[in-house]
Design a protein around this ligand. Structure first.
Ligand SMILES: NC(=O)c1ccc[n+]([C@@H]2O[C@H](COP(=O)([O-])OP(=O)(O)OC[C@H]3O[C@@H](n4cnc5c(N)ncnc54)[C@H](OP(=O)(O)O)[C@@H]3O)[C@@H](O)[C@H]2O)c1
Length: 379
């Protein structure tokens, strides 16, 4: 370890946000596992532990379902960690996996890795930056064009909102939002809204899976305003509260999961769509890339000592459980693998808060849409 790295680690050690991560995140993780244990002790086997086979229509007499040769599963952030592990597992199971990632180089690497291991894998890569509305919109158009050009049914069966970052500094996006809030929450919100018609058009039940985190449990109260959701509020603080922002973004994603679940249940054409939240626990991925490497090593080692550190191949099981749960499963929180579900924090079930979040996020989405139309007209 060089002198600069040591200096950087020492500065980081003096931050309250680091200790919030080290202490409160560990506690919330332990609490989640204790709850899981208590649940299995008193309530027995989870009702989702019998995996339903994925909805892979093979010899259907219904022309609509027969036109889906392979169900399409979109995975955001498919170039690393859990996203890459999910892409490999689902391609192996026979899904047509759409890999969405921000780096073309990483995308082509993961495509060739999957094809090298699985000869008959169907994978297609698209470049998309979840922190940019323009990029999300262009992804949607390219996806639709690809479906048309490939003569595939114009629908999507699974959308996994997996991309996420743990940013340690405030960075502003093209739309003047905080990068972490944009990637972890606003981007998935806009993407899901834009792709909802494709999910609704699926002749077989379709699903949205949102990858959230146990860290949401550390948010005890929250304010939902345009300033907090866009993250602009955090730029006004003397230092960037990165651990708070990460927790907040993950709670927003959970509230969105439950709100979307309630909303799709009310609209007849959307009833085909289910919405599930997933928490993989602690997984050794690149999520801590912005934390000084000796401290992220320490954090992973502590989780390993507690017996809670998982590889991406193991951690991804909760994501796969969510994809494979029976079609009627919706509005639940998967945690711990083996089809196990858990109650998320009390605050995440606050429907008034969720409605406020939905309305404010929809307003932000509308502003993005108007701005992108304005840009098109000006060009
Ligand atoms: N690892 C854990 O312990 C843990 C625990 C709970 C929840 N989670 C959640 O699990 C999800 C996956 O994280 P991971 O642990 O697998 O981390 P990771 O290895 O860092 O993977 C994150 C993925 O998201 C992509 N990504 C980041 N910003 C993006 C953007 N603006 N647009 C498109 N893609 C973007 C990354 O692409 P690049 O490679 O190009 O950066 C990468 O493919 C995240 O939502 C994370 O919050 C992780």
């Amino acid at each position: 370890m060089g002198v600069n790295e040591l200096k950087e680690a020492l500065i980081f050690l003096c931050k309250g946000e680091f200790w919030r991560m080290a202490v409160l995140w560990t506690l919330s993780l332990i609490i989640s596992y204790l709850r899981l244990f208590a649940h299995s002790l008193f309530l027995g086997k989870s009702k989702f532990s019998d995996r339903s086979s994925p909805s892979l229509p093979t010899t259907s007499s219904d022309p609509a379902t027969a036109s889906i040769r392979k169900p399409i599963c979109i995975i955001t952030g498919a170039t690393s960690g859990l996203g890459a592990a999910a892409a490999y597992a689902l391609a192996k199971e026979g899904y047509y996996v759409v890999l969405a990632g921000r780096s073309l180089h990483s995308l082509s690497k993961i495509v060739s890795d999957i094809k090298e291991q699985l000869d008959d894998a169907c994978v297609k890569a698209f470049q998309v930056d979840l922190s940019s509305y323009k990029s999300i919109l262009s992804f949607k158009h390219s996806l639709q064009q690809w479906l048309l050009d490939s003569d595939m049914h114009c629908s999507v069966q699974v959308l996994i909102n997996n991309a996420g970052i743990l940013a340690t500094s405030y960075r502003i996006t093209a739309e003047q939002c905080d990068q972490m809030m944009s990637t972890n929450y606003i981007g998935p919100f806009c993407l899901t809204k834009l792709l909802l018609p494709l999910l609704e058009q699926s002749p077989i039940p379709s699903r949205v899976v949102n990858v959230t985190s146990f860290t949401h449990r550390n948010v005890s109260s929250m304010e939902v305003t345009g300033e907090t959701i866009s993250g602009k509020y955090f730029s006004k603080l003397s230092s960037y509260p990165f651990a708070h922002v990460y927790e907040y973004s993950k709670l927003c994603l959970l509230l969105l999961t439950y709100e979307l679940h309630r909303r799709v249940g009310l609209v007849e054409k959307s009833q085909n769509v289910s919405v599930i939240a997933v928490d993989p626990g602690v997984v050794k991925t690149n999520i801590m890339r912005e934390i000084p490497s000796c401290l992220s090593w320490l954090a992973f080692s502590a989780s390993k000592l507690l017996g809670l550190l998982q590889s991406p191949e193991v951690g991804v099981r909760s994501v796969l459980d969510a994809v494979h749960a029976p079609p009627e499963t919706s509005g639940v929180y998967f945690f711990g693998g083996n089809g196990r579900t858990l109650r998320s924090s009390q605050l995440s079930y606050n429907s008034k808060l969720a409605k406020g979040l939905w309305d404010t996020s929809s307003q932000i989405h509308l502003e993005f849409q108007l701005a992108s139309q304005g840009n098109l007209e000006n060009n």
